[in-house]
Design a protein around this ligand. Sequence first.
Ligand SMILES: [Zn+2]
Length: 404
Amino acid sequence: MSARDVITDTSGTHLPVESRDLFSLIARNGAVSRSELERLSGSSRTTVVQRLGMLFNANLVRETEKVLPTGGRPSKLLSLNEEFALIAAVDVGESQTRVALTDLTPKILAEEVFATDLDDAPTSILEQIAACLERLLPQVGRPMDDVIGVGLCLPSRIDYKNARVFGPSVMHGWYDFDIRGWFRDRYDIQVFADNDVNLMALAEYKTYWPDEDCFFFIKAGTGIGGGFISCGEVYRGGRGAAADIGHIQLDLPNPPLCRCGKLGCLEAYSGGWAIARDLRAMGIEARNARDVINVVKRNVPEAIQLIRAAGKGFGEVTANVVSVLNPNLVVVGGTLAEAGEHLMAGIRELVNQRCLPLATQSLQIVKAKSGDRAGILGAAHLVFEEQLAGVGRCRVGERGHMAR
Ligand SMILES: [Zn+2]
């Protein structure tokens, strides 16, 4: 019986459904005590002990070294066995693709990077991803059957339900391509795909801000994107286009033309490509967000002035987001965030100026902490949430939610 059989079988053949529900509670809540599990599941001690026995037998859970002071006999906290199965995480970028195998923490166990040209056919890139996975598995000494799902981080709008690229994007040849079917035909494995900004937001939340479950993430790069975490989950909206702030119009006297064909979009004013355009007009060579940051770091006054103005553009849009959604935290990531206070000052200024005190009095606006592995870690977290934690099924505080 493989790890994938146990995890993905919902019929109860390998593991009774009631034990699976208890497992989801442990996966979702981290280290928990037996008495906490009784409370969360609404089940009796005898029932919890019996179902836990099945999870121990299947090697799905383990006792941690942490002990809950109970006053009586010390009780070790329980957590899932992070080594039980693997996750395949893939971050497809505009110039390179990163493929990794992680445990359930998720910790990266092995990874490989290859150069990507998004003009290539999707089957060509997917073949390379599959070849990477088949090279990585022997490195960690595990079979493909131990991989419980593939998470794909893609630089495009995604129809999340169907795991397909949709709308105008840099992934021209991928529009409506059946990614899930492609993997199913080869490995009979479940695939989850999401937009890169949503997954960067998820990684940042899970890794650094697990207690701030309502936050807004901005990717300030050559292009601009947003991701919103609500009640601890990515909020995608009706078709997966939620928080796509790059093409919100600013109130500008001479609105610049955007890549989308509209006038005055945030991206046409504050995006890395727009700042590079303005630098070139001043005779300073720059093509993208990385070039802009390199010029800012040389303390070139024109570049600093442009990035400070860009910060106010971000601030104008962020103020509207804060007024509508009332996040506790705004996290700014992407290459332009490396400009630090030159960028952040304008965001803070506009948000504080335009929002009501109730929305701003406990609001933090900070730089992202995740590095260049945010996309791949977000993809691994996504598979974990979908396959193990039972998103939307078992939450802390929902007592008596499961069958007794
Ligand atoms: Zn636009």
